[in-house]
Design a binder for this molecule. Sequence first.
Ligand SMILES: [Mg+2]
Length: 254
Amino acid sequence: MRNYDAFLLDLDGTVYWGQKEIPEAVDFIKKLKNKGLRYLFVTNNSTRTKEMVADQLSGFGIPCTPDDVLTTSIATASYIKSRKPDAHVLYIGEQGLKQAMETAGFSYDEEHPDFVAFGMDRQITYEKYAKACLAVRSGAVLVSTNPDVALPNERGLVPGNGALTSVISVSTGVRPIFIGKPEPIIIEMALEKLGTTKAHTLMIGDNYDTDIMAGINAGLDTLLVHTGVTSQAALKTKRVQPTYALESLSEWVL
Ligand SMILES: [Mg+2]
């Protein structure tokens, strides 16, 4: 194991399972803090604000402030801002996306938006889709927070944001720009936020197809922990292997 200056951490399946913390991960993050190593939580969940995420992590005893959290909603706002600082945006999503768009200072515009920003919306309606499709057909750039096609919850696998976004892309024939993992965009923003380099940063997650692929796509070393989605058997079938694979974060020597 090499020494790294900074760590990007996935949340669900890596740091906690739903409402319950993963003790090995909590200990690991406390050690990072004590050693003065930098870390950032990078999540594809666009529904929550960074304050909501930080509150939950603090409740688990994890040292965390809102500034230690990069959600796909914040990354989506940063991406749009980099392309057009005073953009008019039609945004469809939950609290996390709404707050990110408002904080970025974008004008909400249903009539002539420059961008459609789409994130997970459990109150999605036909009318919202109609507005998004009409805007995209009028030339608005379609940006979607993350491509996850399915999401695990207590009922099983339910539709994720990639599946919801597909209604707009199928209807308009326009391919969205995805921001979240496995796209490298969010990883590059994370590095910029931490002020660290690819060579000195490790991407850690439980899901090969999102976390590990994001790290690989961005050119980072990666650590897969088998505390969530990707089993050892599933990992064996992958052509490109992560730099490291461990049963849990207690095996990582800091
Ligand atoms: Mg995960």
